[in-house]
Design a protein around this ligand. Structure first.
Ligand code: GLY
Ligand code: MN
Ligand code: MN
Length: 451
């Protein structure tokens, strides 16, 4: 169904309506963070472009996440944001005279009226508009953003406080992530069609970017577009230019961005709907939905991870791949050979959002469970958090060899492994918001709306 423009207008109105509350929350957090560290101002450079080594070409510009938390600008290098408790935030906006490049458009949109905006034409002019005393400023950024006395100092109490609280998304941020999801879902559906039509990995990637309306540099992470055995490479970012001679399966882990907010979505497909591999995908999908239902206030994310091992080992047992109980597979590390990554991570302004291990807004670390080094989030879930739930089952030679080396070869039916290996692996990944009640699965909602 083609969405008519009024739908889009409504969604933009929603963002405009939600934005002031988002900004008020950032002010509240900033006031706290500055008070803790004894600073008067929060100063955030948007970041600069950098040359590649021994070359005159820039790396792709990546905006400072601390900057894009405040306003939906992701292509404004050389700009600065100043937040001072009790005052309207100030945006020092670099709009250079430049006939070589497209310069950033003049600030406009639902956010602009909430800032005092000063347009500058040269990066160094920012100095005239930053606070008088740099020593009173918490300056959050990378070293290359230094300008005069404004050298990023990234005080730990300020960074810790802001990053810890960034896990709790405002309603505006959830709406931004829904927008990112709309794009991602549209592109995933196009990619599935391209897979079924026999396109190459590279061809599917191009179809994806076209449907998302985003280039590789705009996407929140490098697309994983894997056919057949390539699905067993967790971060498979090569892309074959030609289709395989025999097409069997497709694993796609690809996201999209909306003004700096990410979605992170994985789907797995078998070409043959009647195959055993499709049945295993369906089993993982059903288990994944149950895991998504665990995204509730008070749930320990570490427990969701451990429970996922048991559920996935149960599927492996049902399909005759392992011969031991799920509990035994977890205890011996056999389940980790098939599910060797974490169940997920926080997501928002960064696809792997910050402060996944933060014990408090004052610092401290919540350890990962023993034997699970790749888990990226160990916090207890609370309303406002958005996390991914991304269980997987893979057939990876290197890890299966380790099972043998560790003396657990008897736990596995190797003929069944050989039967599944040509399909690579399975991962299903949704982005799920924790609420006061039932979880909001942003990804499933997105696919339902698009269907
Ligand atoms: N796409 C990266 C991840 O799923 O974490
Ligand atoms: Mn992920
Ligand atoms: Mn992913």
């Amino acid at each position: 169904m083609v969405r008519s423009p009024p739908f889009r207008r409504l969604r933009m109105t929603t963002l405009a309506t939600l934005y002031p509350q988002h900004l008020a929350e950032l002010h509240r957090r900033t006031e706290q963070a500055l008070a803790r560290a004894g600073f008067d101002h929060l100063v955030i450079p948007s970041g600069t472009s950098h040359y590649q080594v021994f070359d005159d070409r820039d790396y792709p510009y990546a905006v400072n996440p601390q900057f894009k938390a405040w306003l939906p600008l992701t292509r404004a290098p050389g700009s600065w944001l100043v937040a001072t408790p009790g005052q309207k935030p100030k945006l020092v906006f670099l709009q250079p005279f430049d006939y070589w490049h497209v310069v950033p458009a003049a600030p406009s949109g639902y956010w602009a009226e909430h800032f005092d905006i000063v347009v500058i034409r040269k990066p160094e002019e920012a100095l005239q508009h930053l606070p008088a005393n740099a020593a009173r400023c918490a300056i959050l950024g990378e070293p290359q953003s230094a300008l005069g006395a404004f050298v990023p100092n990234n005080p730990a109490p300020v960074v810790n406080y802001l990053e810890y609280h960034r896990a709790y998304k405002t309603p505006y941020e959830i709406a931004m992530m829904r927008e990112a999801t709309r794009r991602g879902v549209r592109a995933h559906r196009a990619a599935e069609r391209a897979f079924r039509a026999g396109a190459s990995e590279f061809g599917i990637h191009l179809v994806y970017c076209q449907a998302a309306g985003q280039d590789a540099n705009d996407l929140p992470y490098n697309n994983i577009i894997a056919l057949n055995e390539h699905g067993a490479v967790l971060h498979y970012t090569d892309r074959d230019l030609t289709p395989p001679s025999a097409l069997r399966s497709f694993l796609i882990d690809a996201g999209a961005a909306h003004h700096g907010y990410a979605c992170d979505i994985t789907r797995s497909y078998a070409l043959d709907a009647g195959s055993e591999f499709q049945a295993m995908i369906d089993a993982v999908d059903a288990a994944q939905l149950k895991m998504c239902d665990q995204v509730r206030a008070g749930s320990d994310y570490k427990q969701i991870h451990v429970d996922a091992h048991l559920a996935l080992a149960g599927i492996l047992k049902d399909f005759g791949v392992i011969k031991v109980s799920p509990e035994a597979a977890l205890a011996t590390g056999v389940s980790s050979a098939f599910f060797p990554h974490g169940i997920g991570h926080g997501i928002g302004l960064q696809v792997h959002d910050v402060a996944g291990f933060a014990a408090s807004d004052n610092g401290g670390t919540i350890a990962k469970p023993d034997g699970h080094p790749y888990l990226r989030l160990t916090r207890v879930l609370e309303p406002g958090m958005v996390v991914t739930i991304e269980p997987g089952i893979y057939f990876i030679d290197m890890l299966l060899d380790e099972v043998k080396a560790n003396g657990h070869a008897d736990s596995i039916d190797w003929a069944r492994v050989e039967a599944f290996k040509p399909y690579g692996g399975i991962r299903i990944e949704d982005d799920v918001a924790c609420t006061d009640g039932a979880p909001a699965n942003l990804t499933r909602e997105g696919f339902d709306a698009a269907a």
